[in-house]
Design a protein around this ligand. Structure first.
Ligand code: ADP
Ligand code: MG
Length: 313
């Protein structure tokens, strides 16, 4: 065969399958090719996903960029409605306190999709906080940034439903971003609740009382979870003071199936997480407002931002 033929057939011979987009300089930057992704290390995993650090290095000389790649755990990343929804939601969000979407890596003709995000070098607040001696003003700055990201999310009519320190990522000592939109739901205009049908693995100790009792989620249930996240930040994610640890201590005889019912009883009797050490009085009040049993009495993220600004001044 002629040199030209070989050249034309090379991609097929080596199964290179180079799509036309890649041969042009203006290729779609949100399309990531698996063969250029070089694994560096595991970053973490939650209930649903596994996140890995890769070097995306098309020129194959080590000069590529580091990206965080999220794949689904159970279905091996096989596309499911919820997973595609998570990707679509992240793709539509642009805010300095929300992790940036970069693109997707699609395999097996679209049957497996991985989400490519910016890499945040300091991991989640859960990894970061116990290692540093963060002062209270810095804690409050992080709390305010979370509120800013959440206010934006709510302005787009999304509820997060899984706000917790494990889902807040740290860029540097003065910047955090909300990550993990796996449970995020859209609330149609005119409606205020989202009712869950599936009874999956839920982060119950971060949930508002009405979520536990009636599976009702609203903008105000995110505010409750923010209160728990604020508690985690002020206890520097010390696992001996974690929300599950503290609630279990309050329960007399916690046992498997009964845990939810006992937790509901505790919350109905107005039992709440304790005030963290060195927590300023105004912040304690805010935390208690976030945990008001009446969702309508809880503050909005806009209100919380103003309060944090005032306390930090
Ligand atoms: P899940 O939906 O399974 O909870 P997450 O999106 O919360 O998955 O990711 C799991 C963990 O991976 C996080 O708690 C964090 O430690 C780490 N992680 C996630 N995204 C990033 C990122 N962009 N940069 C650095 N670490 C990350
Ligand atoms: Mg998570």
């Amino acid at each position: 065969p002629s040199f030209r033929t070989v050249l034309r057939e090379l991609p097929e011979i080596y199964n290179l399958d180079i799509p036309p987009s890649e041969t042009f300089p203006d290729a779609d930057p949100s399309v990531f090719h698996k063969r250029y992704l070089k694994k560096m290390r595991d970053l973490g995993e939650g209930h649903f996903g596994k996140v890995t650090l890769y070097l995306y290095d098309p020129s194959n000389d080590g000069t590529g960029e580091r990206v965080a790649v999220k794949a689904l755990k159970q279905e091996n990343g096989h596309v499911s409605e919820g997973w595609m929804k998570e990707i679509e939601i992240l793709k539509s969000l642009y805010h300095s306190n929300i992790v940036k979407y970069k693109g997707c890596c699609t395999e097996l003709g679209g049957h497996v999709v991985q989400l490519i995000m910016e890499y945040l070098p300091l991991g989640s607040l859960r990894e970061y906080l116990p290692k540093r001696k963060l002062c209270v003003p810095q804690c409050l700055m992080f709390a305010q940034q979370i509120c800013q990201g959440m206010e934006y999310l709510h302005s787009k009519r999304y509820i997060h439903r899984d706000l917790a320190a494990r889902n807040v990522l740290v860029e540097n000592d003065s910047l955090v971003k909300i990550g993990d939109f796996g449970l995020t739901k859209y609330i149609p205009e005119g409606e205020i609740y989202y009712r869950v049908r599936e009874d999956g693995d839920s982060p119950v100790f971060w949930y508002a009382i009405e979520c536990l009792k009636e599976s009702k989620f609203s903008f105000s249930t995110d505010v409750w979870s923010f209160g728990v996240t604020l508690y985690e930040i002020l206890t520097r994610c010390d696992h001996r003071q974690s929300p599950p640890t503290k609630f279990f201590e309050m329960m007399e005889a916690p046992q498997g199936q009964m845990t939810m019912l006992i937790l509901i009883k505790l919350l109905e009797r107005r039992r709440r997480l304790p005030c963290p050490k060195e927590c300023p009085h105004e912040v304690k009040t805010l935390m208690e407002q976030c945990w008001d049993e009446d969702p309508a009495e809880r503050p909005t993220f806009g209100f919380l931002i103003e309060k944090f600004e005032a306390v930090r001044r």
